[in-house]
Design a protein. Sequence first.
Length: 282
Amino acid sequence: MKKVLTIQDISCFGKCSVTIALPVISAMGVETVILPTAVLSTHTMFKNFTVKDLTDQLMPIVNHWKEEGITFDAIYTGYLGSAEEIEITKKIFEMFKTDDTLIFIDPVMADNGKMYPAFDESYAKLNAGLCGAADIIVPNLTEACFMTDTEYKEEYDEAYIKEILDKLAKLGSKIVVLTGASLSEGRTGVYGLDTRTGEYFVYQNDRVDAAYHGTGDLFSSVAVGALMRGLSMEKAFALAADYTADTIRVTMTNPEKPWYGVDFESTIPQLVSRLSVDLSLS
Ligand code: PXL
Protein backbone atom coordinates (compact mmCIF):
# COMPACT_ATOMS: atom_id res chain seq x y z
CA MET A 1 0.00 0.00 0.00
CA LYS A 2 1.27 3.47 -0.89
CA LYS A 3 1.92 5.84 1.97
CA VAL A 4 1.34 9.62 1.88
CA LEU A 5 2.51 12.16 4.43
CA THR A 6 0.27 15.19 4.58
CA ILE A 7 1.47 18.36 6.30
CA GLN A 8 -1.33 20.79 7.20
CA ASP A 9 -3.37 22.03 10.16
CA ILE A 10 -6.04 20.29 12.18
CA SER A 11 -9.13 22.48 12.28
CA CYS A 12 -11.10 20.55 14.87
CA PHE A 13 -14.47 21.76 13.56
CA GLY A 14 -15.10 22.89 10.01
CA LYS A 15 -14.06 20.10 7.63
CA CYS A 16 -10.85 21.14 5.90
CA SER A 17 -7.16 20.23 5.70
CA VAL A 18 -6.36 17.12 7.80
CA THR A 19 -10.01 16.34 8.60
CA ILE A 20 -10.58 15.97 4.86
CA ALA A 21 -7.22 14.55 3.74
CA LEU A 22 -7.16 11.73 6.29
CA PRO A 23 -10.62 10.22 5.60
CA VAL A 24 -10.57 10.82 1.85
CA ILE A 25 -7.09 9.56 1.01
CA SER A 26 -7.53 6.59 3.37
CA ALA A 27 -10.86 5.70 1.70
CA MET A 28 -9.00 5.63 -1.61
CA GLY A 29 -6.80 2.83 -0.30
CA VAL A 30 -3.71 4.85 0.54
CA GLU A 31 -2.11 4.99 3.99
CA THR A 32 -2.24 8.58 5.24
CA VAL A 33 0.24 9.89 7.78
CA ILE A 34 -0.39 13.33 9.27
CA LEU A 35 1.96 16.06 10.45
CA PRO A 36 -0.23 18.76 12.02
CA THR A 37 1.13 22.29 11.72
CA ALA A 38 -1.34 23.74 14.24
CA VAL A 39 -4.54 22.85 16.06
CA LEU A 40 -7.38 25.34 15.58
CA SER A 41 -10.82 25.25 17.18
CA THR A 42 -12.29 25.86 13.71
CA HIS A 43 -10.97 26.98 10.35
CA THR A 44 -10.23 30.67 10.00
CA MET A 45 -13.53 31.59 8.37
CA PHE A 46 -15.14 31.43 11.81
CA LYS A 47 -14.76 34.37 14.19
CA ASN A 48 -12.71 34.04 17.40
CA PHE A 49 -11.03 30.74 16.47
CA THR A 50 -8.29 29.49 18.80
CA VAL A 51 -4.86 28.39 17.50
CA LYS A 52 -2.15 26.28 19.10
CA ASP A 53 0.89 26.53 16.87
CA LEU A 54 2.88 23.28 16.56
CA THR A 55 6.00 24.58 14.82
CA ASP A 56 8.25 23.34 17.63
CA GLN A 57 6.85 19.81 17.29
CA LEU A 58 7.55 19.31 13.58
CA MET A 59 11.27 18.47 13.68
CA PRO A 60 11.08 16.21 16.78
CA ILE A 61 8.26 14.23 15.11
CA VAL A 62 10.03 13.79 11.75
CA ASN A 63 13.36 13.03 13.45
CA HIS A 64 11.64 10.19 15.28
CA TRP A 65 10.21 8.89 11.98
CA LYS A 66 13.67 9.03 10.41
CA GLU A 67 15.11 6.98 13.29
CA GLU A 68 12.33 4.44 12.74
CA GLY A 69 13.20 4.20 9.03
CA ILE A 70 9.75 5.42 7.97
CA THR A 71 9.44 6.45 4.30
CA PHE A 72 6.74 8.02 2.13
CA ASP A 73 5.62 7.63 -1.49
CA ALA A 74 4.28 11.17 -1.51
CA ILE A 75 4.35 14.31 0.59
CA TYR A 76 1.28 16.50 0.22
CA THR A 77 1.31 19.93 1.83
CA GLY A 78 -1.65 22.24 2.38
CA TYR A 79 -2.28 25.03 4.90
CA LEU A 80 1.00 25.87 6.65
CA GLY A 81 0.78 28.40 9.43
CA SER A 82 3.91 30.54 9.15
CA ALA A 83 7.11 31.44 7.33
CA GLU A 84 9.03 29.21 9.73
CA GLU A 85 6.81 26.23 8.91
CA ILE A 86 7.48 26.77 5.22
CA GLU A 87 11.23 26.59 5.93
CA ILE A 88 10.79 23.44 8.04
CA THR A 89 8.66 21.87 5.30
CA LYS A 90 11.52 22.40 2.84
CA LYS A 91 13.82 20.56 5.27
CA ILE A 92 11.31 17.72 5.57
CA PHE A 93 11.27 17.36 1.77
CA GLU A 94 15.07 17.09 1.82
CA MET A 95 14.97 14.49 4.60
CA PHE A 96 12.36 12.22 2.98
CA LYS A 97 12.53 12.80 -0.77
CA THR A 98 13.85 9.99 -2.93
CA ASP A 99 13.74 9.69 -6.75
CA ASP A 100 10.29 8.11 -6.39
CA THR A 101 8.68 10.51 -3.91
CA LEU A 102 5.92 12.72 -5.28
CA ILE A 103 5.97 16.22 -3.80
CA PHE A 104 2.48 17.69 -4.18
CA ILE A 105 1.98 21.27 -2.96
CA ASP A 106 -1.34 23.01 -2.54
CA PRO A 107 -0.16 26.52 -1.54
CA VAL A 108 -3.26 27.20 0.57
CA MET A 109 -3.41 30.89 1.54
CA ALA A 110 -6.05 32.76 -0.45
CA ASP A 111 -9.29 32.62 -2.46
CA ASN A 112 -11.69 34.91 -4.31
CA GLY A 113 -9.02 37.56 -4.79
CA LYS A 114 -8.06 37.81 -1.09
CA MET A 115 -5.53 36.32 1.31
CA TYR A 116 -6.89 34.30 4.26
CA PRO A 117 -6.82 36.24 7.58
CA ALA A 118 -3.53 34.81 8.86
CA PHE A 119 -1.44 35.72 5.78
CA ASP A 120 0.03 38.63 3.85
CA GLU A 121 1.75 39.10 0.52
CA SER A 122 5.21 38.26 1.85
CA TYR A 123 3.84 34.86 2.84
CA ALA A 124 2.79 34.40 -0.79
CA LYS A 125 6.39 34.92 -1.89
CA LEU A 126 7.61 32.28 0.57
CA ASN A 127 4.98 29.87 -0.71
CA ALA A 128 6.17 30.60 -4.25
CA GLY A 129 9.67 29.58 -3.12
CA LEU A 130 8.34 26.35 -1.61
CA CYS A 131 6.57 25.55 -4.90
CA GLY A 132 10.00 25.34 -6.55
CA ALA A 133 10.59 22.09 -4.67
CA ALA A 134 7.41 20.43 -5.97
CA ASP A 135 6.62 17.89 -8.63
CA ILE A 136 3.05 19.18 -8.81
CA ILE A 137 1.51 22.44 -7.57
CA VAL A 138 -2.23 23.17 -7.55
CA PRO A 139 -2.85 26.85 -6.72
CA ASN A 140 -6.24 28.40 -7.29
CA LEU A 141 -6.35 31.50 -9.44
CA THR A 142 -6.02 33.88 -6.46
CA GLU A 143 -3.00 32.04 -5.05
CA ALA A 144 -1.41 31.90 -8.49
CA CYS A 145 -1.86 35.67 -8.91
CA PHE A 146 -0.30 36.44 -5.50
CA MET A 147 2.65 34.12 -6.22
CA THR A 148 3.34 35.56 -9.67
CA ASP A 149 2.50 39.26 -9.14
CA THR A 150 -0.36 39.07 -11.61
CA GLU A 151 -3.52 41.13 -11.40
CA TYR A 152 -6.45 38.99 -10.21
CA LYS A 153 -9.37 39.10 -12.64
CA GLU A 154 -12.85 37.66 -12.36
CA GLU A 155 -13.34 37.85 -16.11
CA TYR A 156 -10.55 36.67 -18.34
CA ASP A 157 -9.70 34.66 -21.43
CA GLU A 158 -7.55 31.62 -22.15
CA ALA A 159 -4.50 33.81 -22.89
CA TYR A 160 -4.63 35.13 -19.29
CA ILE A 161 -4.66 31.56 -17.92
CA LYS A 162 -1.73 30.56 -20.12
CA GLU A 163 0.22 33.66 -19.08
CA ILE A 164 -0.25 32.70 -15.40
CA LEU A 165 0.72 29.08 -16.09
CA ASP A 166 3.89 30.23 -17.84
CA LYS A 167 4.76 32.43 -14.85
CA LEU A 168 4.00 29.58 -12.41
CA ALA A 169 6.28 27.31 -14.44
CA LYS A 170 9.16 29.67 -13.61
CA LEU A 171 8.73 28.88 -9.91
CA GLY A 172 10.35 25.53 -10.69
CA SER A 173 7.71 22.84 -10.20
CA LYS A 174 7.54 20.07 -12.84
CA ILE A 175 3.78 20.27 -13.31
CA VAL A 176 1.62 23.30 -12.60
CA VAL A 177 -2.14 22.97 -12.36
CA LEU A 178 -4.38 25.98 -11.99
CA THR A 179 -7.68 25.22 -10.28
CA GLY A 180 -10.90 27.20 -10.70
CA ALA A 181 -9.90 28.06 -14.27
CA SER A 182 -13.00 28.85 -16.28
CA LEU A 183 -12.84 28.83 -20.07
CA SER A 184 -16.47 29.55 -20.82
CA GLU A 185 -19.64 30.76 -19.14
CA GLY A 186 -21.00 28.13 -16.73
CA ARG A 187 -17.94 25.88 -16.94
CA THR A 188 -14.88 25.62 -14.70
CA GLY A 189 -12.07 23.22 -13.93
CA VAL A 190 -8.34 22.78 -14.20
CA TYR A 191 -5.77 24.02 -16.69
CA GLY A 192 -2.38 22.35 -16.34
CA LEU A 193 1.07 22.63 -17.87
CA ASP A 194 3.78 20.00 -17.89
CA THR A 195 6.82 22.27 -17.79
CA ARG A 196 9.08 19.46 -19.01
CA THR A 197 7.24 18.95 -22.31
CA GLY A 198 5.46 22.31 -22.64
CA GLU A 199 2.15 20.45 -23.03
CA TYR A 200 -1.03 21.94 -21.63
CA PHE A 201 -3.98 19.89 -20.39
CA VAL A 202 -7.48 21.06 -19.66
CA TYR A 203 -10.47 19.54 -17.87
CA GLN A 204 -13.69 21.49 -17.53
CA ASN A 205 -17.04 20.54 -15.99
CA ASP A 206 -20.23 22.41 -15.21
CA ARG A 207 -19.75 25.19 -12.65
CA VAL A 208 -21.80 24.64 -9.51
CA ASP A 209 -23.14 27.91 -8.27
CA ALA A 210 -22.11 27.68 -4.61
CA ALA A 211 -18.93 28.20 -2.60
CA TYR A 212 -17.98 26.15 0.45
CA HIS A 213 -14.80 26.00 2.50
CA GLY A 214 -12.62 22.94 2.18
CA THR A 215 -13.38 22.23 -1.48
CA GLY A 216 -9.78 22.94 -2.48
CA ASP A 217 -8.59 20.48 0.15
CA LEU A 218 -11.07 17.90 -1.13
CA PHE A 219 -9.86 18.39 -4.70
CA SER A 220 -6.19 18.04 -3.73
CA SER A 221 -6.77 15.02 -1.49
CA VAL A 222 -8.59 13.15 -4.27
CA ALA A 223 -5.90 14.04 -6.81
CA VAL A 224 -3.14 12.78 -4.46
CA GLY A 225 -5.07 9.59 -3.67
CA ALA A 226 -5.76 8.91 -7.34
CA LEU A 227 -2.14 9.52 -8.38
CA MET A 228 -0.96 7.17 -5.63
CA ARG A 229 -3.34 4.49 -6.90
CA GLY A 230 -1.72 4.83 -10.32
CA LEU A 231 -4.19 6.90 -12.33
CA SER A 232 -2.66 9.15 -15.00
CA MET A 233 -2.47 12.84 -14.20
CA GLU A 234 -5.33 13.72 -16.54
CA LYS A 235 -7.58 11.03 -15.03
CA ALA A 236 -6.62 11.92 -11.46
CA PHE A 237 -7.48 15.60 -11.95
CA ALA A 238 -10.70 14.79 -13.82
CA LEU A 239 -11.77 12.53 -10.94
CA ALA A 240 -10.88 15.23 -8.39
CA ALA A 241 -12.79 17.92 -10.31
CA ASP A 242 -15.89 15.77 -10.89
CA TYR A 243 -16.00 14.47 -7.31
CA THR A 244 -15.60 17.96 -5.83
CA ALA A 245 -18.40 19.34 -8.04
CA ASP A 246 -20.68 16.38 -7.23
CA THR A 247 -20.03 16.84 -3.51
CA ILE A 248 -20.91 20.53 -3.69
CA ARG A 249 -24.15 19.60 -5.51
CA VAL A 250 -25.04 17.09 -2.78
CA THR A 251 -24.21 19.60 -0.04
CA MET A 252 -26.57 22.14 -1.61
CA THR A 253 -29.47 19.73 -1.04
CA ASN A 254 -28.73 19.44 2.71
CA PRO A 255 -31.66 21.13 4.51
CA GLU A 256 -29.31 22.15 7.34
CA LYS A 257 -27.51 24.38 4.79
CA PRO A 258 -23.97 23.98 6.16
CA TRP A 259 -21.91 27.04 5.12
CA TYR A 260 -18.61 25.96 6.61
CA GLY A 261 -17.84 22.74 4.76
CA VAL A 262 -19.04 20.14 2.28
CA ASP A 263 -20.80 16.82 2.96
CA PHE A 264 -18.02 14.66 1.56
CA GLU A 265 -19.06 11.92 4.00
CA SER A 266 -22.16 11.31 1.86
CA THR A 267 -20.23 11.04 -1.40
CA ILE A 268 -17.21 8.92 -0.38
CA PRO A 269 -18.92 5.70 -1.60
CA GLN A 270 -19.27 7.24 -5.10
CA LEU A 271 -15.63 8.31 -5.03
CA VAL A 272 -14.50 4.80 -4.17
CA SER A 273 -16.61 3.18 -6.89
CA ARG A 274 -15.55 5.68 -9.59
CA LEU A 275 -11.91 5.10 -8.59
CA SER A 276 -12.39 1.33 -9.06
CA VAL A 277 -13.95 1.89 -12.49
CA ASP A 278 -11.16 4.26 -13.56
CA LEU A 279 -8.53 1.78 -12.31
CA SER A 280 -10.15 -1.12 -14.16
CA LEU A 281 -10.12 0.88 -17.40
CA SER A 282 -6.52 2.07 -17.06
O1 PXL B 1 -9.44 24.93 3.39
C1 PXL B 1 -8.34 25.71 3.56
C2 PXL B 1 -8.06 26.02 4.98
C3 PXL B 1 -7.25 25.17 5.71
N1 PXL B 1 -6.94 25.41 7.01
C4 PXL B 1 -7.43 26.50 7.63
C5 PXL B 1 -8.25 27.39 6.95
C6 PXL B 1 -8.57 27.15 5.59
C7 PXL B 1 -9.42 28.06 4.84
O2 PXL B 1 -9.99 28.99 5.33
O3 PXL B 1 -8.73 28.46 7.59
C8 PXL B 1 -7.09 26.73 9.07
